[in-house]
Design a protein around this ligand. Structure first.
Ligand code: GUN
Ligand code: ZN
Length: 414
């Protein structure tokens, strides 16, 4: 039988095995074919014909591609701007920074830098917010160039933001349609469309109802922020007095679907949590951002067992592109075991995106999205310790190579 060309990576491998469990294979082997599909991930075998072996650094460890379920492309240069909580931080730094994305050449430069940063941190899939049609189109092109997988959405807002960022609803949805066409023409299968009503304070009921209809027709992902900050939550109560809760506002307009990614979810009532569960939405914990903006503590105790719990960096409220940093902050805040956090950043995220048959772990038939990393001296003796090294010894961790669908995408070949 002709098998076609295959490639092998021989290294220690950490794979998520279930929420809170990992598989660790010390002398492991990952084999994938030229289409980028995993053929084998486990103990070393004898292959006939032998696959091409990739050269690795000493002490190499292979982990599945990390998945960032919430980040803002247009906030690349906003990171680290301290001194405010959410609403003032948005108006002081974020809105002016996002307004710059009207300029296509600027948008293109930033998008290339942004995806390079993600890949260099072992992030092989990201769900992101872009701004302006030019900014979103450049995001799609830059994502295609970089080789990353991405859920890309235009940030939608028609009120409560400075005039240059305010959109006319009909026109904004026309731009979403054009973006859907552009993504559809890409043919790499690595990009997906989302629609991103920024948050209820920036969207009128009329606009959200139109977005809800668009979502029903297109089947697009929805990305939004929910209950991040107490002031924001109180504001939504005043803005939508006829609706009993913040989550209820999104539900009224058809925005809570199994393909909805809800970032933060810090201050939800029990009834809101039940609603989110009933609709099957994904919950994105953004620990670094929550710490940075003093937004509050994510109540992990309510979501610990939820299979669609995932993590986001929330760049630029989150100062780091690294999902390892997000995992570390979640450990400090929630004391959640590293194995559970690793699951959130890999399989949980894949489930959150409904792409668990394609990504999230290295198993036969899935795509070979992975990183080759080293954790430096005095490394752990077993999987649990090595995973802790990855998360906590950030000054020793190095990403050497990153692959998406079996193709090396970082560092870029010259
Ligand atoms: N809520 C609405 N917009 C934003 C944003 O850009 N970042 C964060 N962290 N929260 C938001
Ligand atoms: Zn955000």
């Amino acid at each position: 039988m002709k098998t076609g060309r295959r490639y092998a990576v021989r290294a220690a491998i950490i794979n998520p095995a279930g929420p809170g469990r990992i598989d660790f294979i010390r002398d492991g082997e990952l084999v994938f074919d030229r289409d980028g599909a995993v053929v084998h991930c486990g103990r070393r075998r004898t292959w006939r014909p032998p696959p091409s072996r990739l050269a690795l650094p000493r002490g190499a460890l292979v982990i599945p591609g990390l998945i960032d379920c919430h980040t803002h492309l247009s906030q690349y240069h906003v990171r680290g701007r301290t001194g405010h909580t959410l609403m003032h931080w948005l108006s002081s730094y974020v809105f002016p920074a996002e307004a710059a994305f009207r300029d296509r050449a600027y948008a293109r430069r930033v998008a290339d830098g942004f995806f390079g940063k993600l890949l260099s941190n072992g992030v092989t899939t990201a769900a992101l917010y872009a701004n302006y049609p030019a900014g979103a189109e450049e995001a799609v092109d830059a994502a295609e160039r970089s080789g990353i997988r991405a859920v890309v959405g235009l940030t939608l807002m028609d009120r409560g933001v400075p005039r240059p960022l305010r959109q006319r609803p009909e026109q904004a949805l026309e731009e979403c349609r054009r973006l859907a066409e552009k993504i559809g023409k890409g043919r790499t299968g690595r990009l997906w469309l989302s629609v991103n009503p920024r948050f209820a304070p920036a969207c009128s009921g009329k606009f959200m109802a139109m977005i809800g209809r668009f979502v029903r027709e297109s089947g697009a992902y929805v990305q939004t922020h929910l209950s991040e900050n107490e002031g924001e939550t109180a504001l939504v109560g005043r803005m939508f007095p006829g609706i009993s809760s913040y989550a209820g506002v999104y539900d009224r307009f058809g925005l809570l679907t199994p393909k909805t990614l809800l970032a933060h979810c810090i201050h939800l009532s029990p009834a809101e949590r039940r609603l989110v569960l009933k609709r099957g939405c994904s919950v994105v914990h953004c620990p670094s951002s929550n710490l940075f903006l003093h937004s509050g503590r994510f109540p992990m105790e309510h979501w610990r067992k939820y299979p669609k719990l995932c993590l986001g960096t929330d760049v630029g409220a989150g100062p780091s592109f690294s999902m390892l940093d997000a995992m570390r902050d979640a450990y400090f805040v929630n004391r959640e075991p590293p194995e559970r956090l690793f699951y959130c950043a890999t399989m949980g995220a894949a489930r959150a995106l409904g792409l668990e048959n394609r990504m999230g772990s290295l198993r036969p038939g899935k795509q070979a999205d992975f990183s080759v990393v080293t954790v430096g001296e005095n490394s752990g003796r077993n999987g649990r310790e090595l995973l802790s090294d990855l998360i906590f010894k950030w000054d020793q961790v190095r990403f050497h190579q990153v692959f998406v669908g079996g193709r090396m995408v970082w560092p870029e070949k010259l």
